[in-house]
Design a protein around this ligand. Structure first.
Ligand code: NAD
Length: 651
């Protein structure tokens, strides 16, 4: 039974038990509407409590119905039946009341919540707007300003804030939600029903408010439809009657369900859910990770250490000498100080994390670590020397990992006594922020070590993607192709700024050239030079020529663009065209759309090669890599999804 009813002294307790998250499936909607009818006809009942079993209130829509035609009874009808009941309904909320779950709670006459509960309408994150009264009932309860914020950001609010906003009538003090709800229901049973949503009035904000919001959303979600349509639905709700507003909202919801944006966001959402639990590892138990080490306290090492500390794992940072160690530890302390200053952490949270950090130049302190992640210079001999020391210092069953970007992990592991305990864990900069983790096993890596890497990713809140071994793994290999495509356009006479603008208008925060200027042109250059020194035939790129001319990006005041007087704003350079002998201006007629199409096709083509070579397990994995590691716009679904839904063409 998904829904059960118990009568407790005149209060009907309706319990939803529909694991794992009490999602609003067709069966649940049916059961709820039948229950509402039966209770209305029961003279012994004076009030109703709606409560959920398990870890959460109704957490949203049923994934099984995602993207499919909606089935009756439809959610707006279920909610209308509850709201129109003869008896007062009290939603008793714990865990999350999200999307349709919050809309059901809004249809109830009262809402009470546990202090840790979260309430939200996250539909815009899936390219949708609420479809069962969210944009109509919520503002009538909490006012338009607060409702606009909740609906257009998609961010849930905590129960305390919900209480302050008037969304929650009572914060439950104590652990027993059910008892508190029954007591509350008894109390209100004797009172008249509060006004229904249709009878509540919320004043429309000023014209200036709506204009400002529309501009802000246009800026923040450039190119995306859902947030703007959510705002339009709210505005309509402010300016028409309840029924028309409900009809308008539902029509928008149904129209958006099949939009390219909703399809893309659904694809990414489902891929993210699948990523941390690959089927190949089903039944394989991860090993416990209680203590970790990071070798190298530079850009990546400190970021990785912070990611581990943030997940509650103790870290020992190892550096090659005391000065470098002091520098690495100071970087971490500064990072946490900034987090406190920006209000991301409290002083005591930051202190607790730093208390888990230790540092040493001596590998002997590593005898009790379960995992050591190496992030030293990108040089095979330096890395191999580090692993020889790690092998001697760590327990036999410790996992040893490399953060190499381009070296072959199997070559790094060569000669290790226990290669089955070794793998690549490729983090992205800044490693405590970027969600992507490429997990790169060698042929020798054992299944439990691989399973541990996936479990670690979950613990760190990362999106893990398994990658095979090739130059650049998945992400950097596609990046290389993307950059080569962008340089090819320049040689055809397209301007640097046109390429960047085209990719920005597609949805990237930055185009390929301005992004390179920010990161530094010398990183990829040095990597190519090292490969050339190793005898690989790598053609000279335009980027190489700029670096040889001393233009390494923003940090040198000049790269693809000029940055005079320490400015961070790219300015078109008058000399780059000459340095690179570009055929300037001959293709200025090419549209942004065509430029983006060329580069997206290049990415997808490289992606297909990566799939054929089984470097990636699925096209969705490639999409996750580009979205979470390289700024590919999430709402476009990733390069593979985009190519597929655009008929294999980037256009
Ligand atoms: P970095 O130069 O900022 O830091 C390297 C650190 O390693 C330095 O602090 C150095 O003192 C230390 N070190 C060198 N030899 C050592 C040794 N024998 N023992 C202990 N410490 C030693 O470099 P980085 O950018 O942090 O890169 C580190 C690794 O991460 C490289 O393999 C790189 O390819 C990879 N990586 C870098 C990025 C990035 O964006 N920077 C992204 C992913 C992966």
């Amino acid at each position: 039974m998904i829904v059960t009813v118990e009568i407790d002294g005149g209060v009907a307790v309706v319990t939803i038990d529909h694991p794992p998250v009490n999602a609003l499936s067709q069966a649940l909607r049916q059961a709820l509407i039948e229950t509402a009818e039966a209770l209305d006809a029961d003279p012994a009942v004076e009030a109703v409590v709606l409560i959920c079993a398990g870890r959460t209130f109704i957490a949203g829509a049923d994934l099984g119905e995602f993207g499919k035609p909606t089935l009756a009874p439809h959610l707006p009808d279920v909610i209308a039946r509850i709201e129109g009941a003869r008896l007062p309904w009290v939603a008793a909320i714990h865990g999350s009341a999200l999307g349709g779950g919050l809309e059901v709670a809004l249809g109830c006459h009262y809402r009470i919540a546990m202090p840790g509960a979260k309430l939200g309408l996250p539909e815009v994150n899936l390219g949708l707007i609420p479809g069962a009264g969210g944009t109509v009932r919520l503002p009538r309860l909490i006012g338009f300003e607060a409702a606009v914020d909740m609906v257009t950001s998609g961010k849930p609010v905590g129960a305390g804030k919900a209480n302050a906003l008037g969304l929650v009538d009572l914060l439950v003090d104590g652990a027993d939600l059910r008892q508190a709800a029954i007591a509350f229901a008894r109390d209100i049973a004797t009172k008249p029903l509060p006004p229904l949503s249709r009878d509540r009035v919320a004043a429309s904000p000023s014209e200036a408010f709506w204009k400002e919001q529309a501009q802000e959303l246009g800026r923040r979600y450039r190119g995306q439809e859902a947030p703007v349509r959510a705002l339009a639905s709210l505005r309509n709700a402010a300016e028409t009657d309840f029924e028309s507003a409900m009809r308008h909202e539902r029509a928008t919801f149904l129209a958006l369900r099949d939009s390219a944006e909703a399809t893309a966001l659904r694809h990414v959402f489902l891929a993210e859910r699948a990523a941390p639990r690959p089927q190949s590892l089903e039944g394989v138990r991860p090993l416990p990770i209680r203590k970790t080490a990071v070798i190298g306290g530079g850009t990546m090492g400190t970021g990785i250490a912070a990611a581990l500390l943030d997940a509650g794992l103790p870290v020992v940072l190892i550096e090659r000498d005391q000065a470098a160690l002091d520098h690495g530890l100071a970087t971490l302390r500064n990072l946490y100080r900034t987090n406190v200053e920006r209000g991301r952490l409290t002083e005591s949270e930051a202190e607790a994390r730093l208390a888990q950090l230790d540092g040493s130049t001596d590998y002997d302190v590593l005898s009790d670590v379960d995992l050591a992640i190496e992030a030293v210079f990108e040089k095979l001999d330096v890395k191999r020397a580090v692993f020889t020391k790690l092998q001697a210092a760590c327990r036999k069953d410790a996992i040893l990992a490399t953060n190499t970007s381009y070296l072959d992990p199997a070559a790094i592991a060569k000669g290790l006594e226990r290669p089955e305990r070794f793998l690549g864990l490729h983090f992205f900069s800044p490693a405590n922020v970027m969600k992507l983790l490429e997990i790169v096993p060698t042929r020798a890596t054992s299944a439990d070590v691989l399973a541990t890497a996936f479990a670690l990713a979950r613990q760190l809140g990362k999106v893990p993607v398994q990658a095979g071994i090739c130059d650049g793994f998945i992400g950097n290999r596609i990046l290389k192709r993307y950059r080569a495509g962008a340089e090819a356009l320049l040689l055809e006479g397209v301007s640097i700024e046109a390429v960047d603008a085209a990719m920005r208008s597609f949805g990237f925060a930055m185009g390929p050239f301005e992004a390179q200027d920010l990161g530094g042109l010398d990183i990829a250059f040095l990597q190519r030079e090292a490969a050339r020194a190793n005898g690989q035939a790598i053609a000279e790129t335009l980027c190489d020529r700029l670096v040889r001319a001393g233009r390494k990006g923003r940090k040198t005041g000049a790269g693809w663009y000029d940055y005079p007087d320490g400015s961070s704003k790219p300015q078109v350079s008058s000399t780059v065209g000459e340095i690179l002998a570009l055929p300037a201006g001959s293709r200025n007629a090419i549209s942004h759309h065509q430029i983006a199409a060329r580069l997206l096709d290049a990415m997808a083509e490289e992606g297909r090669a990566i799939l054929e070579e089984q470097i990636a397990g699925s096209a969705a994995d490639i999409d996750l890599v580009l979205i979470h590691g390289y700024g590919f716009p999430r709402w476009r679904g990733g390069p593979m999804h985009y190519a597929e839904t655009n008929g294999g063409k980037g256009s």
